[in-house]
Design a protein around this ligand. Structure first.
Ligand code: ASP
Length: 358
């Protein structure tokens, strides 16, 4: 990024503050409710996460208050969910791929240095966000995948263990039992033609789940991480949006931080998190930026196998964003989603805005 651009961003945020559109850091004067999808605006510290991250935001906030670096606070927060065998969407206990093997994806981004790290299709290591942080810290690369990622993790001292819990293995066996054409392979005509049966099986049989967490530190620095076992029963080697910088996560220390959960393929196809941050740079509130991404996905989804009878995407994507001034928000394509927040008002779940209000 050129110094000019950097300056323009700063000038942009400063001009919004001067015009009263954004509250100044540390000021509560203009705190506003952001379209049912979040609020805030009182400066840092703020931590937001997907709905499964209530303990994660609590821990990240505790770390921030103790003076931790924002990325360290974020990684410590999501570790709680990665370590939890009962969360079947992340880390230990995550649902496996088509072959019954748990493959994990994660990314991190550190606002102050603009460094990023990511891990794709990592096996046998339950804390991929921490491995991604080491990629950012200890290498000149951004992303390592598969066998190379595992080798790197072991070199960094991470211990290998079996991530497939009995509950996840039984769920996989159950899926295998019912397997006919309900998998991720498309027959030649299936790309365009509706397949009602396939569609309903997708809704019932496939599980997505991830934790995204973004942090605004008391000094205004930002960081984020997204970590997942990805889409259940995925093809071996499939990598979703979570480890793709700009899709499942993007942090710009001068603007804000954003992330995604839900159908990763759709998020990748619109560069979801980067788009949300770009929208905030253009003046959107976080909830508006998140809704913009959801709408973009809906507008660009045309394959009949991915649409319901109303022509809406038959999957969900949930976007999360926090802005440099402390305003935060979240929006989903389909309603009844909540996201986790920790700020000066405490730790709680808030309702996500949604594209299709019911
Ligand atoms: N976004 C993740 C992926 O596609 C899954 C999820 O968030 O549910 O891998």
């Amino acid at each position: 990024m050129t110094a000019d651009k950097e300056l323009n961003r700063r000038t942009f945020v400063a001009s919004l503050v001067a015009a009263g559109a954004l509250p100044a850091l540390g000021s509560r004067a203009n705190a506003q409710n952001d379209n049912g999808g979040g609020a805030g605006g009182a400066g840092g510290p703020v931590v937001i996460a997907s709905g499964n991250g209530i303990e994660a935001v609590r821990e990240a906030m505790r770390q921030l208050r103790a003076g931790a670096d924002p990325l360290d606070a974020a990684v410590a927060g999501v570790r709680i969910v990665e370590d939890d065998p009962n969360d079947m969407s992340v880390g230990l206990g995550g649902l496996p791929n088509e072959d019954g093997i748990v493959q994990l994806d994660a990314s991190v981004m550190h606002g102050p240095t603009h460094r990023a790290g990511a891990i794709g299709a990592l096996e046998n290591i339950k804390n991929p966000a921490a491995v991604a942080r080491e990629v950012a810290r200890r290498t000149d690369h951004v992303m390592l995948v598969g066998a190379g990622a595992l080798k790197f993790a072991k070199r960094m001292g991470f211990k290998e263990e079996n991530l497939l819990t009995d509950a996840a293995r039984e769920a996989w066996l159950e899926w295998k039992k019912q397997l006919t054409d309900h998998d991720d392979w498309l027959s030649e005509d299936e790309f365009d033609l509706p397949s009602k049966e396939k569609r309903s099986m997708r809704e019932v049989m496939y599980h997505t789940g991830t934790i995204h967490l973004s942090v605004l530190a008391p000094n205004g620095d930002l960081a984020g991480t997204t970590t997942t076992s990805g889409l259940s029963w995925k093809l071996p080697g499939r990598v979703g949006d979570s480890p793709i910088i700009g899709a499942g996560l993007y942090t710009d220390n001068t603007i804000g931080s954003a992330g995604a959960t839900g159908r990763g393929e759709a998020v990748i196809q619109v560069c979801g998190a980067r788009t949300a941050v770009a929208r905030m740079e253009m003046g959107d509130t976080p909830a508006q930026a998140c809704l913009h991404v959801c709408k973009l996905i809906a507008d660009r989804t045309s394959a009949p196998r991915l649409l319901n009878e109303r022509g809406e995407p038959n999957f969900n994507v949930i976007m999360y964003a926090v802005r440099k001034d402390g305003l935060f928000g979240s929006a989903a394509i389909h309603p009844i989603r909540k996201f986790a927040v920790a700020d000066a008002q405490g730790v709680r779940l808030e309702r996500c805005a949604s594209l299709y209000e019911k």
